[in-house]
Design a protein around this ligand. Structure first.
Ligand code: ACO
Length: 302
């Protein structure tokens, strides 16, 4: 389908990215997708809406700048807790988990619903073959409950605005009469690739070293699903077997911050996430920001 209006081919996309198919919102809205993921996580946790103490949404862009996506889905979920959105780009889920972990330790809260919902199809330039073939829309959600699950996080950030950006429209004012148009996603793919591999390796190595662990101590590495070759570079560096790096980019493409949560959900439903498993999450995104989390998995009702 893409080759029908872009100078590309299925062979190029599969070989360079590992992506075979992806899902894009058409009849459904991002709000509905986020609600579906949030309700599924709440059902799986067995918690009632009144048990949720905080709702954190990870989202790069949706049709509303305000109110937040969290505010938009809060009421339909039957929750009335505080909520806010975070934009940690594709590392947003790891950032949200880090904040949830800190809230659980420092505030009087017990259950935090983390929802990552993304519609990158709406900020891609569909005339640009270098970006539009990579992304898919998706949502995932997790209920994070006070316990002993997280060992450690490593988040990093630095400024590389030029290698990846999406600019939204800005209204003119009496003092600045320039109306800024939207600039759909611009990306220096090769540079993002290099930064992603380098940063993810640093994050994972740092967490392993800081916690006196080796790659072989990790049961599963759940990496942001951006490009199969990026995942393979990180795996080769860690010298760990392929089975420890589950992927689903083949089916969904890059769903930004939703990707790791979708992977967790699929593994959990397939019975491949054992209680007590040691997981390493690692993601990177525009900014450039990165985040990795080392945790012990514990499901409630799956
Ligand atoms: N179809 C056919 N040819 C293409 C396409 C396409 N869709 N896109 C680019 N090309 C061409 C280029 O124009 C170039 O042609 P040239 O050699 O004649 O100049 C050639 O293919 C090679 O281009 P490269 O950019 O060097 O290809 P590369 O192997 O680096 O793959 C890719 C490109 C897939 C974008 C890769 O660099 C990548 O995955 N980078 C990371 C992207 C990423 O992860 N972004 C998101 C990160 S953050 C987040 O998740 C939001």
């Amino acid at each position: 389908m893409l080759a029908g209006f872009l100078d590309t081919s299925d062979e190029w996309i599969v070989t360079r990215t590992g992506i075979h198919t992806r899902r894009l919102l058409s009849g459904e809205t991002l709000r509905e997708l986020a609600l579906k993921a949030a309700r599924a996580a709440m059902d799986a946790s067995g918690l009632r809406p009144q048990d949720i103490d905080y709702l954190i949404c990870s989202n790069v862009a949706n049709s509303y700048v305000s109110p937040s996506l969290g505010s938009i889905i809060l009421g339909p979920l039957g929750c009335c807790c505080p909520t806010f959105d975070m934009n940690g780009a594709c590392a947003g889920l790891v950032y949200a988990l880090d904040v949830a972990d800190a809230f659980l330790k420092s505030k009087d809260v017990k259950n935090i619903l983390v929802v990552a919902a993304e519609q990158p199809s709406r900020f891609c330039n569909w005339h640009d073959r270098a970006t539009s073939v990579l992304f898919g829309d998706g949502a995932s959600a997790l209920v994070v409950t006070r316990g002993e699950g997280f060992f450690d996080f490593r988040l990093t950030g630095n400024t590389h605005t030029d290698v990846m950006y999406y600019k939204r429209a800005m209204e003119p004012t009496p003092y600045d009469c320039v109306k800024e148009p939207t600039t759909p996603l611009v990306m220096e793919g090769r540079e993002v690739f290099r930064l992603a591999v380098e940063a993810s390796i640093q994050d994972v190595d740092t967490l392993l070293e800081r916690n006196g662990m080796k790659g072989s101590d990790i049961d599963l590495f759940l990496l942001h699903q951006a490009n199969m070759r990026i995942i393979e570079c990180i795996r080769e560096h860690l010298e760990q077997p392929r089975e420890k790096f589950p992927t689903n980019i083949q089916k969904y493409g890059n769903t930004s911050s939703a990707s790791i949560g979708i992977l967790i959900d699929e593994l959990s439903r397939a019975g491949e996430l054992k209680d007590g498993a040691t997981l390493m999450l690692s993601a990177f995104g525009g900014g450039f920001v990165t985040g990795a989390a080392l945790l012990k998995w514990s499901s409630i009702t799956y």
